[in-house]
Design a protein around this ligand. Structure first.
Ligand code: SF4
Ligand code: SF4
Ligand code: SF4
Length: 432
């Protein structure tokens, strides 16, 4: 609502205002209304409050409905309209309702982001059962001045400052058999940052990082890694097999692959450097936009080298970690590329397409509509009068699915029908 009002103000559009208090109960009527007490918020029991779990458990659906019905719609608690008095450009409109807006657009940039790999799948590292085993994002919150400890690094279990923190890199990544096959690209560097910040907050603390490789491919990254090791972080090359508790102590069991020995490290806190996975909530959007995904469900670009910000569908561009793990500078560069590509389309008077789009041999087409069902871009439709299929040329991407599916050979790529391909092969082989 506010955005719409600001936009209208910038464009110089006058917003029609309704009468604000229309439909509100009169003061006498309000006095007669029965006072219903507020519903009680269920809370986590005192003895269960150890980790990052919310203390307030939230209301169930029925209770929420009852709470909503308690509202008298009297506008005493809100809509005092003081903001109207101070807003000089008169950009505030209290009477705008929520709306679903539909736009005709010429280009779409899909930047749906990522989720962290679920630590619940890493039972061997004790997440969920050992309170001081936390995720990298939770550690980031501990370091933050606006976080739950206002930037002090403290254990979740007892509030003490941890004197030894073990960071486990590749938590969930690069493990084809059990978890994710790919490298998540960002966790080497954010772990190095976490270790350095921890060392700054707790100068007598001991950060230890278990790693498979340290991947520092980025401008200044190797120098940063050197600084982290110079300032006292210990790197142990090896994979952690287990994190467990023994008499209240946290034990990290792993292998040092450089010395070839098994190592057992006692830790006050363990931080899991979780990998990146595609955003789960974006599945529906991706399906509706008909964007192809790779084996790991990241969005697939049209060509990894020549068209890295374009999807297979013309006019739909990709940006950010929705396409694959990447860090902030890479995301910014890719998003700028996607925006430039979108602007290039919007500023053209005419759009040019590849010539190899689909066609229909009307003499052969039986109107069976098999090709209509297989076309991923909705570029084919049945002419019910003539009972033949037509191609919507502006939508066809020349993918060839219809040609492969057509039982009668009526669906063919234009300028590339079977007979032409045969002729090309014969010519190339020098046969008559
Ligand atoms: S970026 Fe580093 S920590 Fe993350 S998966 Fe790759 S190698 Fe492992
Ligand atoms: S599959 Fe072939 S025959 Fe059937 S409607 Fe499509 S073009 Fe015509
Ligand atoms: S080639 Fe066929 S299946 Fe592919 S987009 Fe064009 S009409 Fe649809």
């Amino acid at each position: 609502m506010a955005a719409e009002a600001i936009d209208a103000n910038i464009r110089g559009i006058k917003i029609e205002r309704k009468e604000y208090h229309k439909g509100r109960p009169a003061p006498e009527e309000l006095k007669r209304k029965e006072k219903i007490p507020r519903s009680k918020m269920p809370k986590l029991k005192q003895d269960k409050r150890k980790g990052f779990d919310e203390v307030e458990l939230g209301l169930d659906e029925n209770t929420v409905k009852k709470e909503v019905e308690r509202c008298l719609n009297c506008a005493i608690c809100c809509e005092c309209f003081q903001c109207d008095k101070v807003c000089e450009p008169n950009a505030i409109a209290h009477d705008l309702d929520d709306k679903i807006l539909e736009f005709d657009v010429g280009a779409i940039v899909v930047a749906t982001g990522f989720d962290l790999y679920s630590p619940d799948k890493l039972k061997e590292y004790g997440y969920g059962s050992i309170p001081d085993v936390i995720t990298s994002l939770q550690f980031e919150r501990l370091l933050s001045a606006s976080g739950p400890t206002t930037g002090d690094v403290k254990r979740i279990s007892d509030g003490k400052v941890p004197k030894r923190v073990v960071f486990i890199q590749c938590a969930g990544s690069r493990d084809k058999e059990n978890h994710l096959e790919y490298c998540s690209k960002i966790c080497c560097m954010y772990t190095a940052k976490h270790a350095l910040l921890y060392k700054h907050r707790v100068p007598d603390g001991e950060p230890i990082i278990f790693y498979i490789d340290v991947r520092t491919a980025g401008k200044g990254y190797e120098e940063f890694y050197n600084r982290v090791t110079d300032e006292g972080t210990i790197y142990i090359r090896g994979k952690v097999s287990k994190v467990y508790q023994d008499n209240g102590r946290i034990i990290v069991l792993g292998a040092d692959t450089l010395s070839g020995k098994q190592v057992e490290v006692e830790a006050d806190m363990v931080v899991l450097a979780l990998g990146m996975v595609p955003k789960q909530e974006s599945e529906d959007l991706v399906r509706r936009l008909k964007i192809q995904c790779d084996a790991n469900e990241f969005l697939t670009e049209a060509h990894p080298k020549l068209r890295p910000v374009e999807s297979q569908t013309a006019g739909i561009f990709l940006a950010g970690a929705a396409q694959g793990p990447k860090d902030i500078p890479e995301v910014v560069a890719q998003a700028s590329g996607a925006a430039s590509k979108a602007i290039a389309i919007l500023t053209q008077k005419e759009i040019t397409f590849e010539p190899t789009i689909a066609g229909v041999d009307e003499d052969l087409c039986s109107g069976c509509s098999i090709c209509v069902g297989v076309c991923p871009y909705n570029a084919r439709e049945l002419d019910k009068e003539k009972m033949i299929v037509k191609v919507i040329e502006s939508l066809c991407q020349g993918c060839g699915s219809c040609s492969a599916a057509c039982p009668s050979g009526a669906a063919q790529q234009r300028n590339l029908i079977d007979r032409q391909i045969e002729e090309m092969v014969v010519t190339a082989l020098g046969e008559k």
